[in-house]
Design a binder for this molecule. Structure first.
Ligand SMILES: C[S@@+](CC[C@H](N)C(=O)[O-])C[C@H]1O[C@@H](n2cnc3c(N)ncnc32)[C@H](O)[C@@H]1O
Length: 187
């Protein structure tokens, strides 16, 4: 699948959700990831937030649709640091076995089943002190998948970006971070 019609959307979305970008940018500057993975590229807002705020990082972004304008823009803007991998998670995650990531951003399909599969699929790829960040926790199905995952992963903690203060302008309440004990925060 190809999509070359993102430019209007890209411009629209970057301007429509500046708080989303700022919140992600602040979190990236805090966690300083070096090896990042993303599920769901679309217009590349989250990819741009990652690459633009962690100068030494690389990012692999999985999406079944080759959003060509996003991909071309990110490859050109961040040479050698951005890799688009066409495919559906969680299957596409198997192709990454052997690699580890310290930042995983999940923003693909937003059903409970898909989010659960993504969470379980990224755990084996996560560094010990790596962070999983998810968008759309305000969507019931996403929240239920995350909350169930947390019940079964007592070694991890869940924080909302609001609580962590990853925005100076009231970041969207839907972004959450799942961190290991080593990264736990005193709030
Ligand atoms: C909400 S958009 C992602 C937005 C992107 N993170 C951004 O900030 O610009 C969701 C994307 O997930 C992709 N997607 C849907 N199901 C997927 C799956 N199973 N694996 C990977 N990507 C998927 C869609 O094609 C779409 O591009």
């Amino acid at each position: 699948m190809k999509n070359r019609n993102t430019s209007t959307t890209l411009h629209y979305c970057f301007n429509l959700y500046p708080k989303y970008y700022e919140a992600l940018a602040a979190a990236v500057r805090y966690f300083k990831p070096l090896h990042a993975l993303e599920i769901g590229l679309w217009v590349g807002r989250s990819a741009y937030a990652l690459l633009n705020n962690s100068p030494n990082s690389t990012l692999i972004s999985i999406d079944p649709v080759s959003h060509e304008e996003s991909t071309e823009f990110l490859e050109k803007t961040f040479p050698g640091r951005f890799t688009y991998r066409q495919g559906y998670s969680p299957d596409a995650l198997y192709t990454l076995r052997g690699k580890t990531f310290d930042w995983v951003y999940i923003d693909g399909e937003h059903t409970e089943k898909a989010v659960t599969a993504d969470l379980l699929g990224v755990v084996p790829l996560l560094d010990n002190d790596g962070v999983i960040v998810l968008d759309d926790y305000n969507i019931t199905e996403v929240r239920e998948a995350v909350d169930m995952f947390m019940k079964e992963h007592a070694e991890k903690k869940l924080y909302s970006f609001n609580d962590l203060g990853f925005s100076d302008s009231g970041c969207p309440s839907q972004i959450v971070a799942i961190v290991g004990k080593e990264r736990a925060f005193e709030l």
